[in-house]
Design a protein. Sequence first.
Length: 593
Amino acid sequence: MSKQRTVYCGLVNDELVGQTITLKGWVQKRRDLGGVIFADVRDREGFCQVVFNAENLSAEEMEMADKLRSEYVVEVTGVLNERDGAQINPKIPTGRFELFAESLTVLAKSKTPPIYIEDDLDADEEVRLRNRVLDLRRPKMFNNFKLRHQVTRSIRNYLDNLAFIDVETPYLTKSTPEGARDYLVPTRREAGKFYALPQSPQLFKQLLMGAGFDRYYQIVRCFRDEDLRGDRQPEFTQVDLETSFLNQSEIQAITEEMLKEVVKATKGIQIEEAFPTMTYAQAMNEYGVDKPDIRFEMKLVDFTDFASESEFGVFKSAVSNGGQVKAINLKGQADAYTRKTADALIDVVKPYGAKGLAWMKVTSEGFNGPIAKFFADDNSSNVISERLNAEEGDILFFVADKADVVAASLGELRVNLAKQHQLFDPNALAFVWITDWPMFEYDEEEGRYVAMHHMFTAPQNANPEEVKENPAEALAQAYDIVLNGYEIGGGSIRINNLDMQEQIFDLVGFTKEQAEEQFGFLLNALEYGFPPHGGLALGLDRLVMLLAQEPNIREVIAFPKTGRGIDLLSNAPGYVENAQLSELHLNIRSQKD
């Protein structure tokens, strides 16, 4: 008969020494030292060494111990002893203890696993995802999900204490234009009609404010059919919150304190100072991106005015065509680059539209490099050195192109160089608020303005006519929270005025009929005394990824998709039977034979 487990393997301690206890778990390793068999038994909390010998076990149990292999599931009962000093393993928390087995039961056998159950695993990611159940047995992976649990528990406790109410919103909803493509769900009851999986609960949480709930939150699944990358999945988890009667600074304060609580609860770090704030314009000007990593300097420096008068034709031409010239200074690393390796950095900026990357080193005799001859005079040397704080041993990189190309290219190069030369503390947590976002951006392909955040964001200017007259200059009451160069959340004050909402719909190209068709339920609600409201959504997966110092978001999602959106464990998406398609009133031309 199976015995009740006394303790997790990884939690045995001094209080249990000399006691008879029962452990249950997986065999990590087995070693036969001639008459005595040792096995490391593992569970989610760690390992404990178990000793099998003929003095304590029957011949049948010793034969069973001899046949133990990796990943066998066992139940072991025995007396916990403290190891002799020379036998202590300081590398693991339970290295001072060993269990002398008095009974052994094999609960399940295992084939030889295709991957090793260890943290230093050198296996292709597809192999890991295909064998995700085994991959999740690794201590590192369990710790990631324990961290995720601690994060969500801390968030819930914090918001509960502030009188937020957890409310679920629908998964099957209506397709509305929110930026990314929707995942569509056909229904057999309504031929030709589709539900959409929500990209976010945006409209529903606004409706909850109209309903008087005042403070709502939800840790909710969201779905977006967009191109994937290391920090993005097609289905993801969002910490969603919305409030009534609070302004932007009050919502930011609530969010900031919540993040500080999370960091304290999960990392033991007390952040005392307020998160810094910078405007969108400052972030783009100094960092080239709207999600700056502020753990290191190396800001972008503008040379457009200087370049327009320079002798270097490439710079002068870029400026005359309405472009910019900016530079960054990689301090003290000039000797790390040859001409070949410096030129090779063009591959970093080329994907962002840059047609070239100019550079020169700072030496005791002045500038040296491919473009140095154009800036050899004292005036040029002084201007460049002063603006970039250039000193002997530095290497300077320049990009000349359209403003958006310059920003994206140097922004990426800045981060690339910082990682390569380890210019920041990987343990640092550098939060920053980005505020004063443009209300709109112009879509060249569609020939119209589109909302920078979304169409329900309130402008800073309360006059809808003025916003409509000058949309390019309109600023939004919007705010993003960034951590270590990743956007982990964003929010805004919402529109609670029907006239303003209709004006915004009109400005982004919606006719009244289209607006009514897509958002009639919101427009109708706005006519019945809608309170001022605003909120924010945090990307839970991305936040946990950064706290766990993982390079990829898939490491903190239990059953993730690949970069192609495929679940290798279950082989989803997959084909379905024609009978199912017929019920849904669908005929798929590409369906398999």
